[in-house]
Design a binder for this molecule. Structure first.
Ligand SMILES: [Fe+2]
Ligand SMILES: [Fe+2]
Length: 154
């Protein structure tokens, strides 16, 4: 039986995933434009601040997912057999954080050189793909956890 609180936590996560997806796509487009021609220092500073904001947003999102009453604990409560997949997505939170901090460091060093921004565009794209895979895996864990619940009839 789905409790109201699991329903609201699940829809909260869904909304956060949509917001993060939109923020990442906007950032991919903005970074990509910097490699076309030499950007201004103001523009590159703005992008670095945007990346730092994204890192904060993601850190908070990951922490909410991992909280004692967060979505991952709830999914595990519903379907303990998903423990390895839950552990895998928690590990990805760490590696995604490391990957994004590296992109931010590279962006900080890129200055106004379009070539350097082409490198940042590539590494941010790799990060974005890894994050999208991660969120898909998480959505699948939730779908599996709560389908099991409906199927078991308890
Ligand atoms: Fe996550
Ligand atoms: Fe997530």
């Amino acid at each position: 039986m789905l409790s109201t609180s699991s329903g609201s936590v699940r829809s909260g996560v869904r909304n956060e995933h949509l917001e993060i997806r939109a923020a990442v796509e906007a950032m991919e487009a903005a970074i990509g434009r910097l490699s076309d021609r030499e950007p201004s220092a103001e523009r590159t500073d703005q992008i670095v601040r945007g990346l730092q904001g994204l890192a904060r947003q993601l850190g908070e999102h990951f922490a909410r997912e991992e909280a004692p009453k967060g979505i991952l604990a709830m999914a595990l409560g519903e379907a303990p057999r998903l423990d390895r997949r839950v552990l895998a997505v928690k590990r990805q939170h760490v590696s995604l954080g490391v990957q994004l901090r590296q992109v931010i460091a590279d962006a900080g060093y890129a200055g106004t050189a379009p070539d350097a921004w082409r490198g940042v565009t590539g590494s941010f794209h790799d990060f974005a793909e890894a994050l999208r895979d991660h969120e898909r895996g998480e959505d699948q864990i939730l779908a599996d956890a709560y389908l099991d619940d409906l199927g078991s009839g308890d």
